[in-house]
Design a protein around this ligand. Structure first.
Ligand code: SAM
Ligand code: SF4
Ligand code: SF4
Length: 333
C-alpha cells in the first residue's frame, strides 16, 4: 500500500543527505562568503548514524519506496559510505540505490561502493574548461579529477550520468563540448536550469538559461533532437536523443515545473524529513529513532507527514522566492 500526499502523489523516492559538509564551494550552492570557517555545520552527534538511516528506509520499503539517492553536501566526505550502501542493499535487492557526487573522491572509493551494491551514480560537472570549473566551484580542484572518477565508475561497470547546472554568461559555452565529450561514451548529460534554492546564492531569473534555449542551441549543432518517452511519471529529466543516439536530459525546474508528479521526500543529515526542496521546515524523525521508536512508529510518523503534504513550490513560484528557504547542501539536492 503506497503512502500518498494530499494531491495523491505517492512517496517513491527518498533523497538522503549523509553530510552537510562539502569539499567544493559552488557559487550557486555554498558560496564561500556564507559557508566559511564560522559556518555552524552540524555537530557529529546530531548527524544520523548509518543504522538510523537504514531503519528509516526499512520502514518505508513496505509502503512502496523504490529508490534512495545518497547526496549532501558531498556524500563521499562521509567515512565508510560503502558500509551504508551494503546495509541498504541488505534491506532489499530491488531497491534502486543511487548517489549524486561532485566526483572529486570518486576514483578512490568507487570500487568499494559498487561492490557494496550501489546501483548507479550521477556526477556533477559544470565545465570541462578548467578556469570555468574552478570559478563555478570556487575550488582549486580541476575537472580532470572528476573525469578520472567518471572513468573509474564506468570501468567498474556502474551506470553514470552527468549533471551540469547552466548559468547564463558563465558556462553556456560548455553545453556543446559536454555533449561531445560524454555522448560517444554512452553517458547522458543532464542540463539543470539554475534554481532559486536556499537564500545565499543571490539567485535571479536573469541568470537562468531555459532548457528550451539550450535545446535550440543543440538542435543547431546536432540536428533536431528526438524526445524520449519518460520511463516513470516522476522522472525529473526530460530526455532527448541526438541522431548519433546520444542521450541529453533537461531538468526544467524553473521554466517547466514538475510538481504534479513529485514523489520525492528528503531526509536531512540530522534526521528531518522535508517534503519539498523548497520547504522552510523539516519534520524531526531522529527523536523517534533515538527514543527507541519501532519500525511502525517511524513509518506512521512519515506517513502522517506525507499525508499532509501539499507542496507545489515550483509551480507557484512568483515573488515568494524571498521567503526563508533551507539550503540545498543541508537537505540534499
Ligand atoms: N555535492 C554533490 C554534487 O554536487 O553532486 C551532491 C549534492 S548537490 C547539492 C546535488 C546537485 O544539486 C548537484 O548536481 C548540483 O549541481 C545541484 N545544485 C546545487 N545547487 C543548485 C542550484 N542552485 N540550481 C540547480 N542545481 C543545483
Ligand atoms: Fe558541494 Fe555539490 Fe553544493 Fe557544489 S553542488 S557546493 S559540490 S554540495
Ligand atoms: Fe517537488 Fe517541491 Fe520540486 Fe515541486 S518544488 S518538484 S514539490 S521538490
Amino acid at each position: 500500500m503506497a503512502i500518498e500526499d494530499a494531491h495523491n502523489r505517492p512517496l517513491l523516492d527518498l533523497r538522503i543527505s549523509v553530510t552537510d559538509r562539502c569539499n567544493m564551494r559552488c557559487r550557486y550552492c555554498m558560496p564561500r562568503e556564507h559557508f566559511d570557517a564560522d559556518y555552524p555545520f552540524l555537530p557529529k552527534e546530531d548527524i544520523l548514524r548509518f543504522e538510523e538511516i537504514v531503519r528509516i528506509v526499512e520502514s518505508l520499503i513496505p509502503y512502496g519506496l523504490r529508490k534512495v539517492r545518497l547526496t549532501g553536501g558531498e556524500p563521499l566526505l562521509r567515512r565508510d559510505l560503502h558500509s551504508l550502501i551494503a546495509q541498504l542493499r541488505a534491506c532489499s535487492n530491488e531497491l534502486d540505490i543511487a548517489m549524486t557526487t561532485n566526483g572529486l573522491l570518486l576514483k578512490k572509493h568507487v570500487a568499494k561502493l559498487y561492490q557494496a551494491g550501489l546501483s548507479r551514480v550521477t556526477v556533477s560537472l559544470d565545465a570541462l574548461d578548467e578556469s570555468i570549473f574552478k570559478s563555478m566551484g570556487d575550488t582549486s580542484a580541476n575537472p580532470q579529477m572528476v573525469l578520472e572518477g567518471i572513468d573509474a565508475a564506468l570501468e567498474v561497470g556502474l551506470s553514470v550520468k552527468v549533471n551540469t547546472v547552466i548559468k547564463k554568461d558563465v558556462n553556456e559555452g560548455q553545453i556543446v563540448p559536454m555533449v561531445r565529450a560524454f555522448g560517444p561514451r554512452g553517458v547522458p548529460v543532464r542540463f539543470i536550469e539554475y534554481m532559486d534554492v536556499g537564500t545565499t546564492n543571490d539567485w535571479n531569473l536573469e541568470h537562468v538559461v531555459s532548457a528550451e534555449s539550450m535545446r535550440d542551441l543543440l538542435d543547431d549543432e546536432f540536428g533536431s533532437l528526438q524526445r524520449n518517452q519518460p520511463l516513470h511519471k516522476s522522472d525529473v529529466a526530460k530526455v532527448y536523443t541526438t541522431k548519433e543516439g546520444w542521450k541529453i536530459g533537461f531538468i526544467e525546474s524553473i521554466t517547466n515545473p514538475f510538481c504534479g508528479d513529485c514523489s520525492r521526500a528528503r531526509l536531512s543529515a540530522n534526521g528531518s524529513i522535508y517534503t519539498c526542496l523548497f520547504s522552510n521546515r523539516g519534520h524531526d524523525v531522529r527523536s523517534i529513532l533515538r527514543m527507541d521508536g519501532t519500525e511502525e512508529d517511524i513509518s506512521n510518523a512519515i506517513q502522517s507527514i506525507w499525508n499532509d503534504r501539499t507542496d507545489r513550490y515550483s509551480e507557484q513560484r512568483s515573488n515568494q522566492t524571498e521567503q526563508l528557504k533551507v539550503e540545498m547542501s543541508y537537505i540534499g539536492g
